[in-house]
Design a protein. Structure first.
Lengths: 127, 183
């Protein structure tokens, strides 16, 4: 008896590169099709155990999800760093402009304190 | 509960050194030159208990030189303020109060109780037509601070928002608004 074994994984692949890396690492007869992991082979001699293949797909999916989570965390960290840099640039620009304006209006900087990503400026009028 | 207009945890332009500043909500005096008119209404704004405020001050006490009560009109909540003031004195911080009342108007028992814990009182109806805006100073303890009604503090928070306290001129405020709109 011969048959085609066709098993499709549950999860939707959101990053093909990570999925491919996962397959390369595990080196199994599993492919990617329509953003799912699949096993699809002609079983001429009834040699393939479907249950084993289901387990293999589960293993691939688990490793993929682990890698994908790490990738998302990295993206989030990069985004946080980008936002922090953007906010720092805004703070510094405002700081420069405030000091410049204050000096024009006859103030000097009496105190400057920087802590917790914030700036306190105490300006004193020169008489 | 206190009815509060605003709180600044570390402010350098409302008294001697680094101060916790409590702006009380509500003032019936209606000084013509007042620039905190939003603080006149007695409508509940930020409501906090004596213990809420004291706990916050106690956490910050190593970084503070003292506490300032301003407003609004602090003496219109003097019953609760005197309880808070007594606790503040016990942890070694000095107290400054900015009031619109004249000294001879602070005659109620609760006013006198609050004055017992006050180190420096800046008093008098705010009036820009008079010298020093009609603000006079009485030192109940040592004279360790020279009243200055021209300093400005600008706080730029981590998101880049600006907060202005002290005695900014209209021109300064306008420039700050322009900077905020531009950046």
């Amino acid at each position: 008896m011969s048959r085609i074994i066709n098993i499709k994984g549950d999860i939707l692949i959101q990053n093909i590169q990570i999925a491919q890396d996962t397959l390369d690492e595990l080196d199994l007869d599993i492919k990617i099709e329509n953003n799912h992991f699949i096993f699809n082979q002609y079983d001429a001699w009834d040699m393939i155990n479907s249950k084993d293949k289901e387990s293999e797909i589960k293993k691939v999916e688990e490793l993929y999800q682990e890698k994908f989570s790490i990738y998302l965390e990295q993206l989030e960290q990069e985004e946080q760093i980008r936002i922090a840099k953007e906010k720092e640039a805004i703070r510094e620009t405002k700081y420069q402009q405030i000091v410049q304006n204050a000096k024009k209006q006859g103030y000097k900087v009496k105190k400057e304190k920087r802590e917790d990503n914030s700036i306190k400026l105490v300006l004193q009028r020169r008489f | 509960m206190f009815n509060i207009y605003n709180i600044e945890e570390k402010n350098y332009v409302n008294g001697d050194g680094c101060r916790y500043v409590l702006w009380l909500q509500g003032c019936s005096l209606g000084c013509s030159g007042c620039w905190n008119k939003d603080s006149w209404s007695n409508k509940p704004n930020i409501l906090k208990s004596v213990d809420d405020i004291f706990d916050q001050i106690e956490t910050l006490k190593d970084k503070l030189d003292g506490v300032t009560f301003t407003g609004g009109e602090p003496f219109e909540q003097s019953d609760k303020l005197s309880i808070l003031a007594k606790k503040i004195k016990k942890i070694g911080l000095n107290i400054h109060i900015f009031t619109g009342f004249e000294l001879d108007e602070l005659i109620l028992e609760e006013h006198q109780e609050l004055l017992k814990y006050t180190d420096t009182l800046v008093y008098g109806r705010f009036d820009t037509d008079k010298e020093n805006n009609n603000q006079k100073v009485k030192y109940f303890t040592k004279e360790n601070w020279k009243f200055n009604n021209s300093d400005i503090q600008v706080d730029i928070d981590s998101d880049g928002n600006l907060n202005l306290t002290g005695y900014p001129s209209d021109e300064f405020i306008k420039n700050m608004e322009e900077i905020n709109a531009r950046v």
